[in-house]
Design a protein around this ligand. Structure first.
Ligand SMILES: NC(=O)c1ccc[n+]([C@@H]2O[C@H](COP(=O)([O-])OP(=O)(O)OC[C@H]3O[C@@H](n4cnc5c(N)ncnc54)[C@H](O)[C@@H]3O)[C@@H](O)[C@H]2O)c1
Ligand SMILES: [Zn+2]
Length: 372
């Protein structure tokens, strides 16, 4: 009964089943203190090597380190610079050298403490160090909690493109300590909510209702509403990942709602101008308008989606970019296969589907409306 060892299951958001094993995703306040118990329940032993985003230094890092040591895991710490440029082979090499210097072994555990940049980079290191060692995700940004830390996609960027070198390497455990979100900027928080709202739009009408009625609590992170919404959002991503681990089926692609135009906007505006969730917000407006033009949803749902996104301070239109440039960029998005773009569209509230038969002029009109 390994389960008996673990902490309160009230904080259990999901169990993710993969070919590399099943793992628990915990979401709550004050849960990082149980990281040792959870790691023991996940059958992890050895020493812990925490690689942390500098933004968590010193208090957030110390909290995680003390929790690990109290739980019986001697813990070493390395901090890495904040921001996307750190997700590089160069930083990976620095982490390998640190692990080598500390004589980290196959039986040890690497802990990624930070946002999606840290999780992707450290997960990549864990996938490759000594041909693969166990790792734990401790996501500290909302985007990482509801998205990046779940599903086992790990990668680093190359100068010629994002996420070009990577692997599927599932964590053994995900510990999302909601307290960490207190220090996250409002803009990063809203950007994370965009992905969670996306989960409601594509898969859960009642989650969307919650986002609509509790926007204030979500943005102030007060009460239980935000914690519950993160848990539910995690569960949706977990279901999708469990159903389509390697994105070979028709399920995982649905998570790309808003991402075709979103990625295009990020590319056209120059990476870094728009936060990812902000670009996805505008991209979801494009996808909703296309869905409406395809006769799949009503204008009211498009308006409702817009109103929800606006309540989180998310952009619902873009300026200073041309429709042609955005359309050109959608065509070169890596998710495009065999010519026709596979659009993820809404079929109703909480229901998404893919279509390859969207006429170019429909896209042109829908995107044009957002760029004016
Ligand atoms: N693996 C996947 O499935 C997946 C999915 C989506 C995104 N991603 C990747 O995730 C990355 C984006 O993740 P992100 O949005 O978390 O970016 P990020 O890791 O850069 O974090 C965003 C910013 O918040 C800061 N930060 C993080 N936690 C903080 C905290 N608790 N307090 C204060 N500041 C904090 C970071 O230093 C950074 O400046 C991208 O590289 C993207 O490719 C991966
Ligand atoms: Zn995204």
């Amino acid at each position: 009964m390994k389960h008996m060892l673990s902490t309160s299951d009230n904080n259990l958001a999901a169990v993710i089943k993969t070919t590399q094993g099943a793992y628990r995703v915990m979401v709550g306040r004050g849960i990082i203190e149980s990281i040792g118990l959870e790691m023991a329940a996940a059958d992890l032993h050895g020493r812990a090597f925490i690689v942390a985003d500098q933004a968590l230094f010193p208090a957030g890092v110390r909290r995680c380190q003390e929790a690990l040591e109290a739980g019986g895991y001697p813990a070493n710490v390395l901090t890495i610079p904040s921001g996307e440029p750190a997700k590089s082979l160069d930083t990976a090499r620095q982490i390998y050298e640190w692990l080598g210097g500390q004589r980290a072994e196959r039986s040890d555990v690497i802990v990624a403490l930070g946002g999606g940049v840290t999780g992707d980079l450290v997960g990549f290191v864990a996938a490759t160090w000594l041909r693969g060692v166990a790792f734990v995700q401790a996501p500290t940004s909302l985007a990482a909690m509801v998205d990046a830390s779940i599903g086992g996609k790990v990668a680093v960027n190359l100068p010629i493109g994002k996420n070009l070198v990577g692997a599927f390497h599932q964590p053994k455990l995900v510990m999302a300590e909601v307290d960490y979100l207190q220090s996250l900027s409002r803009r990063e928080l809203a950007s994370g909510w965009a992905e969670a709202i996306k989960h409601g739009l594509i898969a859960d009408a009642s989650l969307l209702d919650t986002f609509e009625t509790h926007a204030g609590e979500m943005m102030s992170l007060s009460g239980e509403a935000a914690v519950k919404a993160i848990r539910r959002s995690v569960a949706i991503k977990a279901e999708v990942v469990s159903a389509d681990e390697f994105e070979t089926g028709d399920t995982r692609v649905l998570l790309n709602y808003g991402h075709t135009v979103g990625h295009a906007l990020e590319a056209v505006t120059g990476y870094g101008k728009l936060l990812h969730g902000e670009a996805v917000s505008v991209g979801m407006m494009a996808a909703a308008r296309i869905s409406q033009r395809m006769g799949m949803i009503s204008g009211e749902l498009v308006d409702r989606q817009r109103a929800i996104l606006e309540r989180y301070g998310l952009p619902v239109r873009a300026s200073g970019v041309s429709v042609d440039a955005v359309l050109e960029a959608t065509r070169s998005d890596k998710k495009t296969r065999g010519g026709a773009i596979r659009w993820v569209l809404l079929d109703g509230v909480g229901k998404a589907t893919t279509r390859r038969d969207v006429p170019e002029n429909t896209v042109f009109e829908a995107v044009g409306e957002l760029l004016r």
